[in-house]
Design a protein. Structure first.
Length: 445
């Protein structure tokens, strides 16, 4: 027995026992741990060590888009584990070559080259390095509510959290105001963005630039930023402004690709083809798999200039096999169409909560990537983080896993269940959320 570990009271639940151990040994990497310990997960459900079922309205960390332990994913893992799990970084395998061909076949020209990595941070890092190498510039512009990762370059363009206390970010990082139609960043619009914030934002960027443009990096829907959509006309104008300045456009579709928003890729709705596309969370069905996609011309330029992006798990065969399974399931089960239909149903249900509760200020998003913002009153739209936190805690006790995004003063719920969720499960989630709202409003002073 570990002499430093005091014995816990016998009446403690298994989850409480586990968290007592966590308090002794684990680094807290994002605030406190959730007050549950999950023993297994299947479909849209989590089961804790006390045997309680919890409906997953967050797709894990936004990665379990096919639900947990999808049979086709388990089959792919089993097959790959009998063939090859990991190889030397320059050695290729059939799953990697097949995945590259399948993915590029789903994308419009001139996107034609892909690199497979492990995380979204890595994919964005690779895109940023290629953009800087190919342009010769180093200035990178992101949105002031963005989340692109935790590695050096991706964290430098992450503005929704984690900036203070770590020293200077990479030089040349600049920010644009996020076009939040519900709460205009320049106090100009209300409920309809006319893109003035984009024009003003680029005027500020132009004044700060030292003439070394490299890239703009953007999420088509800023997820951690509060579920803020770049409308089609906004994204088209953004692309034009990039071209005017010699900036390459990187679209980070970590959370929006492969059916999540009702189309295979969010950029399709704007008819804008980026210079770089990055994929991750929705790509690996819970396994670490990401991709950086670009044009043949940009890849050739970077190769000629000695592009280097070694990681220990670049082009690993096992996650590539899982990626193939994901693309197969998304296509065969028509998950983009299902997300569109299920998302419309879920959005209607969330809007119905707004008919009952004055605190529901806004419901927004596309497909099965929706946001629900809680406010003190609808006229002044003051965020209500205390209510949001109370609702999140109450949801978990009632059997629903939810997520509060980092930006937006902590009063925005990101609601993104697996794309395989059923109508009955959506009704269950809506019912729990309604009860949690009512209970929390009654409990608050």
């Amino acid at each position: 027995m570990n002499p430093r570990a005091p014995s816990a009271p016998p009446f403690m639940s298994q989850s409480a026992l586990t968290h007592e151990a966590a308090a002794r040994h684990l680094i807290r990497y994002g605030g406190e741990f959730a007050p549950v310990t999950i023993a297994r997960a299947t479909g849209c459900w989590l089961y804790d060590t006390d045997g309680r079922a919890i409906l997953d309205f967050t797709s894990g960390q936004m990665c379990a888009t096919l639900g947990h332990s999808h049979p086709r994913v388990l089959e792919a893992i089993g097959q790959a584990s009998r063939e090859a799990i990991h190889l030397y970084s320059t050695m290729l395998s059939p799953p990697v070559l097949q995945l590259a061909e399948r993915l590029i076949g789903m994308l419009p020209a001139p996107l034609a080259k892909v690199m497979f990595l492990s995380t979204g941070s890595e994919a964005n890092e690779a895109a940023l390095r290629m953009a800087k190498l190919s342009t010769g510039g180093f200035e990178v512009i992101g949105f002031d509510r963005s989340w692109h990762g935790m590695t050096a370059g991706s964290s430098a363009s992450t503005y929704s959290g984690g900036r203070r206390g770590y020293g200077p970010a990479m030089p040349g990082t600049l920010a644009l105001p996020t076009p939040n139609a519900y709460r205009c960043p320049i106090r100009h619009c209300r409920d309809a963005c006319d893109r003035t914030c984009l024009e003003v934002g680029f005027e500020m960027v132009d004044r700060q630039s030292v003439g070394a443009p490299a890239a703009v990096i953007a999420e088509p829907i800023l997820s951690s930023g509060g579920i803020i959509e770049l409308a089609p006309e906004y994204l088209r104008r953004l692309k034009e402004m990039c071209e005017e300045r010699g900036l390459l456009l990187i679209l980070d579709e970590s959370q929006t690709a492969l059916g999540r928003v009702g189309s295979l890729f969010a950029f399709e709705r704007s008819n804008v083809v980026p210079d770089f596309l990055t994929l991750s969370k929705t790509f690996g069905a819970g396994l670490p798999l990401s991709a950086t996609v670009t044009t043949a011309a940009l890849e050739a330029t970077c190769h000629e200039r000695g592009f280097l992006q070694y990681t220990s798990h670049v082009s690993d065969p096992l996650p590539a096999a899982v990626g193939l399974a994901v693309l197969e399931v998304v296509s065969r089960e028509r998950l983009a169409e299902r997300a569109s239909e299920s998302g419309a149903y879920l959005k209607h249900g969330l809007q119905a909560l707004g008919q009952r509760f004055e605190a529901v200020g806004d419901v927004r998003g596309q497909g099965l990537l929706l946001g629900l913002e809680l406010v003190h009153d609808r006229e002044h739209r003051e965020p209500w983080p205390e209510l949001a936190q109370a609702v999140a805690r109450r949801c978990l006790k009632l059997g629903l896993s939810t997520s509060l995004v980092r930006a937006g003063h902590g009063s925005v719920f990101r609601i993104a269940p697996p794309l395989t969720i059923t109508r009955e499960e959506l009704d269950t989630g809506l019912s729990i959320l309604e009860r949690a709202l009512a209970d929390s409003l009654d409990a608050l002073p």
